[in-house]
Design a protein around this ligand. Structure first.
Ligand code: ZN
Length: 507
């Protein structure tokens, strides 16, 4: 009896400690949300300092040796519990995060966060002035620090592995290389067949659509899709994101371009997909490390599932297009559903990853992944990166950026302080989204007709039950196995692309 009581006390001490850390992190997140939405420019430097202070306190609290001791003391108790019990999962996931956090010296983390802020600032300037040289020394330092960060995790197979592990736990470079090579091989002929045809006309999306009407429509849309406004809200920002402070407060942001309807529509649905995941997590996990998506790839699978497999489908617009037309009668009264559907699924060889279509998107991602590996391996120097970028675009997409702003400077990722592990999640997300959606439709074939009727409950409930509620109890690999009975596969994504675009482009 005494042992049980002792164990209970230790578990409750651990939980209390973790909740305090969670609260500090939530406070930091709220400061960040404010910074990205409503904060006046004058708040910037103090806000940076405030965020750093909160992050340092929560890092110190989490890496306290007493946490390691509690986890060690609870090991034998954990071994008596079923693997997927809430308590065993809490101890296991906390231990994984703790070990990762203590391996990196606090002094390095502080140095890295200072460097991150500086590199970001120079990237903003370099991008607006189209001047890679301005940010080159910072990127060189980032590469050096990324290698150093990886070196704190001994025994890796490839130097990128520990960096990939931060975002997509359990994924390895060797696995991803093989997966991506196969995907590229299957995608390239599809892209060639589509781009050999006349390009789709998407001019209907590029008329004037007033900002307030667009915002109203996105809110109406996501309410019907199942986003809970009692536990969330939508605001505007430059680079849309989802952020949560608890399972009861999961916010999204969007951006509106008055001459480009697709921006607000699809970035809203995308971020809502991330938010449905977080809103669907078991509320018993509140305040613990289990309350969050399990990996970047799985998170991205949820946003892409709603954005693309649902939000860019014909079934979806069969239901919503009359509502959209009623919102924008002058712009859309003469545009048929078919024309609109083709417009939102226009495929083309383009330069900007975030604006690219479903078919070419992964080519953008995979070339970044390869360039990251080359830099980490030492076979590509930062000074040669812009040329390597142009070469890969010429080779993979048959198009070359005229400026670095439209090329190597377009994405924030490398300039926000890390090279390695930054891009794989997007392609993983696309692949997993198709694999999950296929599994959902196989189990509930009526999902498609329900979507046509504007009923999203069947799909949403399936996702809640199979994926959302578990938070990060299961790893990505365990979740994929549990949901689909299989490992990660390329085939469902290729089947989806061939079926949809085969119809659109009469392939
Ligand atoms: Zn996303």
């Amino acid at each position: 009896m005494q042992t049980t009581n002792k164990t209970e006390t230790k578990l409750s001490t651990l939980k209390t400690h973790l909740t305090q850390i969670n609260d500090l992190e939530a406070a930091a997140s709220l400061l960040y949300w404010d910074q990205a939405t409503y904060m006046p420019p004058g708040g910037a430097s103090a806000r940076g300092r405030q965020l750093a202070t909160l992050q340092a306190i929560s890092h110190t609290k989490f890496t306290d040796p007493s946490v390691g001791q509690l986890l060690e003391d609870l090991r034998s108790y954990e071994e008596t519990l079923p693997y997927d019990s809430d308590e065993a999962s809490l101890i296991r996931v906390t231990r994984r995060k703790y070990e990762r956090a203590v391996w990196v010296p606090a002094s390095f983390m502080a140095q890295l966060s200072r460097h991150r802020a500086e590199a970001y600032e120079f990237w903003v300037k370099a991008r607006s002035e189209n001047n890679f040289a301005l940010v080159q020394p910072y990127l060189e330092k980032t590469l050096e620090m990324s290698c150093e960060l990886a070196s704190f995790f001994p025994g890796y197979e490839h130097i990128a592995d520990p960096l990939i592990d931060f975002a997509d736990y359990g994924m390895k470079t060797s696995f991803l290389r093989t997966l991506f090579a196969e995907l590229r091989q299957q995608l390239v002929p599809i892209v060639e067949a589509i781009t050999a045809q006349p390009t789709a006309d998407n001019s209907c999306l590029h008329q004037f659509y007033p900002e307030n009407r667009q915002l109203e429509f996105t809110i109406k849309l996501i309410k019907q899709l199942g986003y809970d406004f009692q536990r969330g809200r939508q605001d505007q920002t430059h680079h849309p994101f989802m952020i949560n402070f608890s399972t009861g407060d999961v916010r999204i942001t969007t951006r509106v371009y008055e001459n480009e309807l697709g921006q607000a529509l699809f970035s809203t649905i995308h971020e809502m997909g991330h938010a449905l995941y977080e809103q669907g997590i078991n509320s018993d996990f509140e305040g613990t490390p289990l309350a969050g998506g399990t990996s970047s790839g799985i998170h991205e699978s949820q946003s892409r599932l709603w954005e693309n497999l649902v939000g860019r489908s014909r079934s979806f617009w069969q239901f919503f297009y009359p509502q959209l037309q009623a919102f924008f009668p002058t712009q859309l009264k003469d545009v048929s559903l078919d024309k609109f559907y083709r417009a939102i699924n226009k495929v083309g060889r383009t330069l900007i990853r975030t604006d690219s279509d479903e078919v070419t998107y992964n080519l953008h991602v995979m070339l970044r992944f390869d360039l990251e590996l080359q830099m980490l391996e030492g076979s590509l120097e930062v000074k040669d990166l812009p040329e390597a970028w142009r070469e890969r675009y010429r080779h993979d997409l048959g198009i070359v950026p005229e400026t670095d702003s439209e090329g190597v400077l377009q994405d924030v990722h490398w300039y926000s302080g890390q090279i390695g592990g930054m891009f794989q999640c997007y392609t993983l997300g696309n692949l997993i989204s198709a694999q999950f959606f296929e599994a959902a439709v196989e189990e509930h074939p009526e999902i498609i007709t329900k979507i046509e009727q504007g009923n999203f409950y069947t799909l949403h409930n399936w996702l809640k039950e199979k994926i959302y509620q578990h938070g990060c109890k299961y790893t990505a690999a365990e979740l994929i196995r549990g949901v689909t009975g299989d490992t990660l596969r390329i085939a469902p994504f290729i089947r989806y692309i061939k079926q949809k675009y085969g119809q659109l482009y009469q392939l």
